[in-house]
Ligand binder design. Structure first.
Ligand SMILES: Cc1cc2nc3c(=O)[nH]c(=O)nc-3n(C[C@H](O)[C@H](O)[C@H](O)COP(=O)(O)OP(=O)(O)OC[C@H]3O[C@@H](n4cnc5c(N)ncnc54)[C@H](O)[C@@H]3O)c2cc1C
Length: 397
């Protein structure tokens, strides 16, 4: 599908071709009918709704921008973010799962994988037959990826990995782990190599964390690698090329985070408008208080501007450009807007805002986490400043 096709109508501010509109409306319909009635319960239970994932697979929702010949939907990036936003308005965790085959988990395999790796991992991933995980963060290093302490050594044609990853998502459902290890830590990012590890690899063990503040249905935790022996088929790209694999994944991944954050902001706006119209205080609608109007204004402007910034990223990636600066901007800005909007939405709802009967409380918890994942916003703030000052060329890392 091409974003060049005729732009007939607009849904939620994105320029829409008929095809794009149909996909986004299909996602909206699915979210309203199937996800909305269940999300509060599965969020509380910290469980993914596996039957809904099957239905989403049936609709092709995991295919994203993965090319059709590799099993994906071959969407353009603008449609892709519209789809993620639409799902994320109801449940940004399912928005995460929709984004993964095209982003954090699948993008590196799409770009650097052999045909065999693409057939084994990417194709079923894009078709929702399996799920994967990306294990980058370690107990002692998150933002500073090059400081990782997971190492590997060669043994003939095999690789032996040792170390531990932290905060890896999809521990419960991943069939494989895209991970990274160094053959020489003194070489920093030039010593890092990417591997795809099957879940049943001997020496791999998983320790989930429980009772997280947000992102509760996503099973996140530790991946321990204890003398994990991998054959040459597990090597993704070339030795020492792992940092490029990771950076390919994070550019698309950050676009996905930005789109999820737009969904959260839009949901906060929609709910706050409805609640403010309905609720009275001091004999008048709270919508008539200027301080409430001001919060609604910030949410509306924030939703619009984050969406447009995401769209600029999507168009740059669609043209095949690197978008290191733009994706940092979109991720940081959209998630900061979402966090502020969610805080304001809870405020507008008063005590109802902290009740499980309203979704703004869940949005508030998740929006905070959106400011941390895929590069904390403080890191993005310094990266953007450095790039603007010419201290770090766009695309260098
Ligand atoms: C729910 C959840 C799911 C996650 N899923 C995954 C996953 O699937 N895979 C994965 O690999 N990781 C995952 N993560 C980890 C996430 O990517 C990291 O938490 C994130 O990159 C930040 O790393 P850190 O927590 O180690 O923070 P640190 O790097 O220790 O940073 C701590 C704080 O220091 C500040 N800081 C650090 N560096 C800078 C800098 N250069 N400039 C300014 N300030 C700075 C920031 O305020 C930052 O928030 C997940 C995390 C959460 C909470």
């Amino acid at each position: 599908m091409s974003i060049e096709s005729e732009r007939s109508e607009r849904v939620d501010g994105l320029p829409h071709s008929d095809e794009r509109q149909a996909i986004i409306e299909m996602a909206r319909d699915f979210a309203t009918r199937e996800i909305a009635p269940r999300v509060a319960d599965y969020d509380r239970a910290e469980e993914l709704p596996l039957d809904l994932l099957d239905k989403m697979a049936g609709l092709g929702l995991f295919g994203g921008v993965v090319p059709v010949e590799l099993g994906g939907m071959g969407l353009d990036f603008v449609t892709f973010i519209g789809l993620i936003e639409e799902i994320s308005k109801t449940c940004q965790i399912l928005g995460t799962l929709v984004s993964m085959p095209s982003g954090l988990v699948g993008a590196g395999i799409e770009r650097f994988g052999t045909t065999e790796q693409q057939d084994r991992w990417l194709r079923p991933l894009a078709q929702g037959e399996i799920f994967g995980a990306a294990a980058v963060t370690e107990p002692g290093s998150g933002s500073d990826v090059a400081a990782m302490t997971t190492t590997y050594r060669r043994d003939g044609d095999d690789f032996i990995l040792n170390g531990a990853k932290a905060w890896t998502s999809n521990l419960d459902i991943a069939s494989f782990f895209l991970t990274f290890a160094s053959f020489d830590r003194s070489m920093r990012h030039r010593g890092i190599t990417a591997f795809v590890i099957p879940r049943d690899a001997p020496g791999l063990s998983l320790n989930p964390y429980k009772n997280k503040l947000g992102f509760r249905p996503l099973c996140t935790g530790e991946v321990v690698l204890d003398d994990v022996r991998l054959g040459p088929e597990a090597l993704l790209g070339v030795e020492g090329g792992g940092f490029s694999v990771a950076m390919t994944a994070v550019e698309r991944g950050r676009l996905g985070v930005a789109a999820r954050a737009v969904g959260v902001t839009q949901a906060c706006l929609d709910d706050s408008v409805a609640y403010a119209r309905d609720r009275t205080a001091f004999g008048q609608s709270i919508a008539e208080f200027q301080i409430v109007q001001s919060k609604i204004t910030d949410m509306a402007v924030g939703a619009k501007t984050s969406r447009l910034l995401g769209q600029a990223c999507a168009e740059a990636l669609g043209r095949g450009e690197r978008a290191r600066l733009l994706t940092s901007m979109a991720k940081m800005y959209a998630s900061d807007v979402a966090a502020r909007s969610a805080a304001d939405a809870v405020q507008i709802h008063g005590a109802a805002g902290v009740s499980p009967d309203y979704r703004v409380g869940r949005m508030y918890r998740d929006a905070k986490v959106l400011q941390i994942v895929e590069g904390s916003n403080d890191l993005h703030r310094s990266l953007i400043g450095e790039m603007e000052l010419g201290l770090r060329p766009d695309g260098e890392r």
